[in-house]
Design a protein around this ligand. Structure first.
Ligand code: AHG
Ligand code: MN
Ligand code: MN
Length: 358
């Protein structure tokens, strides 16, 4: 019923009515929501606007940029720089933070974002997203690069938008995790998924298993045990999903449960693949606020002290008990007390053993 629906602004004003400076934070969300609506419209055009393929430019991480990486970055910047709400912005697509132009008033928040997450999927019409994190800088001097380097536990808000069949924005201001669906006819985000909760247990894991041979033993152990299913130490079957858009994988976990990991490896992801400040931290806050856990494998993600704006970090997040199990495997490995799992397919009586086949 149209008259009973909770719009994003109504929800935010209600949630933030007792927090100091809550109105400014609500106003910032309205600007972010406007940017997300613009990105949603651009993404929905697909190949019609000539936004497919790659550019000849690379970003600070050396990744080839897509036209939409650059366009969505500009959309975020120019929806949020003029309103007197942010002190500065940082993005996956910019080496240095963006200073608020002199003609605009500087606000108190630092806004960090990945404007287009999963951009390798954009040409194939697979869901992509935008991830954002809000830190407090306080009113005053222009922020230095060091002012951005706050641990994730100091985020005042975080969220993402997923551009799938529907555009959904999921956010937290530290009072639970809530989902809003864009009603395109009206142009409003409507509260459709209040108080999301990640189930404690799961039988789904999400990981790029093509890197398995490069992982550390505790991750190999965890995934091998899942894959062994009923006949393995877990005694039940698991299912695997990997969309290669973090936003889409995390969204599924928030709706259905599961564990997501992009671990470190000994090849091209020595510190993990995902960026701490604008991918891992906001997702970690959303997952914790929904009752899940987010870890590096060796400690709480939100406690990580960032050393640089674009640093990467190993990520394990989702259903509480699975994340705890993966942390336990890391502890056992580090202490030298782990017992790596050997599949029954390769045990002494296995048909796969060379001597059994001889
Ligand atoms: P981005 O498109 O912003 O660079 O992020 C892509 C990330 C993340 O969304 C996803 O989980 C991961 O990269 C996929 O990595 P693989 O291609 O190694 O699977
Ligand atoms: Mn990303
Ligand atoms: Mn990106």
């Amino acid at each position: 019923m149209l008259t009973r629906r909770t719009t994003l602004s109504k929800f935010l004003i209600e949630q933030l009515k007792n927090s100091p400076d809550g109105q400014a934070l609500a106003a910032l969300f309205i600007d972010i929501a406007a940017a997300i609506k613009a990105i949603s419209a651009v993404a929905a055009k697909g190949a019609l606007e000539g936004n497919t393929g790659s550019l000849s430019t690379t970003n600070v991480q050396g990744e080839v940029q897509k036209p939409l990486d650059v366009l969505t970055n500009d959309i975020m910047l120019h929806h949020c720089d003029w309103g007197g709400l942010v002190a500065g912005m940082a993005s996956e697509e910019m080496e240095q933070p963006y200073d608020i132009p002199a003609e605009y008033v500087r606000g108190r928040y630092l806004l960090l974002f990945d404007p287009l997450d999963g951009s390798s999927n954009i040409d194939f019409n697979v869901a992509v997203g935008t991830i954002f994190s809000v830190l407090d800088h306080g009113q005053g001097a222009a922020p230095t690069a060091a002012d951005y380097l706050q641990p994730g536990k100091r985020q005042v808000a975080a969220g993402y938008a997923i551009y799938g069949p529907a555009t959904v924005m999921v956010l937290t201001v530290g009072q639970g995790t809530h989902g809003f669906t864009l009603d395109r006819e009206i142009g409003n985000f409507i509260l459709t998924h209040p108080n999301l909760r990640v189930p404690e247990d799961t039988d789904q894991f999400a990981i790029n298993a093509s890197n398995e041979r490069f992982w550390e033993p505790p991750m190999q152990r965890y995934v091998q045990e899942c894959k062994a299913g009923k006949t393995g130490p877990r005694g039940r079957d698991f299912n695997m999903r990997w969309i290669a858009s973090m936003v889409a994988d995390v969204h599924r976990i928030l709706m259905r449960g599961g564990v997501f990991s992009y671990p470190r490896d000994n090849q091209s992801n020595k510190n993990g693949r995902l960026r701490l400040m604008y991918e891992a931290n906001p997702m970690a806050l959303l997952i914790e606020q929904a009752g899940g856990l987010a870890s590096t494998g060796r400690g709480r993600l939100l406690d990580e002290q960032p050393q640089s704006l674009h640093q990467r970090v190993p990520v394990v997040l989702g259903s509480r008990r699975e994340v705890e199990r993966i942390e336990q495997y890391h502890r056992e490995f580090d202490a030298g007390t782990d017992k790596p799992f050997v599949s029954p397919l390769f045990n002494e009586r296995s048909l796969f053993r060379p001597e059994a086949r001889a």
